[in-house]
Design a binder for this molecule. Structure first.
Ligand code: ADE
Length: 247
């Protein structure tokens, strides 16, 4: 089941609450396998959180029917409503966490992106011949899938852009994930989650303020390079939040 994030402002800070017990939704907890570097979903009701666990959030910026907890009513994109990243931008501007200078830098980054910079249109998934055969005469190929990671461990997060084949069409699709270390989350009592299991329907809480606002900026940058469509969408969102989210 997909349990959405809750995003709101409190005391001029942005509070983000992320579900910890929804392994099949767009927000789930993962643990990096040392041997493969791969993030595996974990059953948080049974396994205690560890320091390197992270919340993987397939964050979006607009949808037809956003959950009320993160909807931005007056921002529209092709008949959809802004939510999630749009709400982070909107509240960030409203409470002066994101300053004019931050907005201008994001704007000029987006403006600088050219058609040959975007990943969906310019990257490829490859199948390499290993020249190795297994039993029965089957030849081994290894698929190479591009993956882009911007790590900001000091601030407690990283952003991943993963490419995959489109399900019902030709071409690639870039998926953007905002990953936040569980170590940076707090529970309802302001305590760390590390070392214990998740409670039923529990949420982890992170505050976004001027010290870690790069989280928002890096997700904007990720969408700006993910595909030409995302670049244009995020450009429109940014223009709208600038005029509509002032105090
Ligand atoms: N569309 C909506 N959310 C997305 C995401 N996180 N990555 C890529 N495309 C999306």
């Amino acid at each position: 089941m997909n349990v959405p994030a809750k995003i709101y402002a409190e005391n001029k800070k942005i509070i983000v609450k992320l579900p910890l017990t929804s392994p099949t939704g767009k927000i789930r907890i993962k643990r990096r396998e040392k041997s493969s570097n791969y993030g595996i979903p974990i059953a948080t009701r049974r396994k205690p959180f560890r320091e390197n666990d992270y919340v993987e959030w397939q964050i979006s910026y607009a949808t037809e029917q956003p959950p009320t907890e993160s909807k931005v009513e007056n921002i529209r994109l092709n008949g959809q409503f802004g939510f999630e990243l749009t709400k982070l931008l909107c509240e960030g501007i409203r409470y002066e966490i994101l300053l004019n200078d931050d907005i201008q830098k994001m704007q000029s980054f987006i403006d600088s992106i050219e058609p040959n910079d975007t990943l969906e249109e310019n990257e490829r998934i490859l199948r390499e011949d290993s020249e190795f055969e297994v039993r029965g005469g089957f030849r081994k190929f290894v698929e190479k899938i591009p993956l882009f990671i911007k790590n900001n461990k000091d601030r407690g997060y990283f952003v991943e852009i993963i490419l995959k084949h489109k399900q019902r069409a030709v071409g690639l699709q870039a998926m953007v994930y905002l990953c936040i270390y569980v170590e940076k989350l707090r529970d309802e009592n302001g305590e760390s989650l590390i070392g214990r299991t998740a409670r039923a329907k529990e949420f982890g809480i992170i505050e976004i303020n001027s010290a870690n606002k790069e989280i928002i900026i890096d997700v904007v940058k990720a969408f700006a390079i993910a595909s030409w469509q995302h670049r244009n969408d995020i450009n429109s969102i940014l223009t709208q939040v600038m005029s509509k989210c002032r105090k």
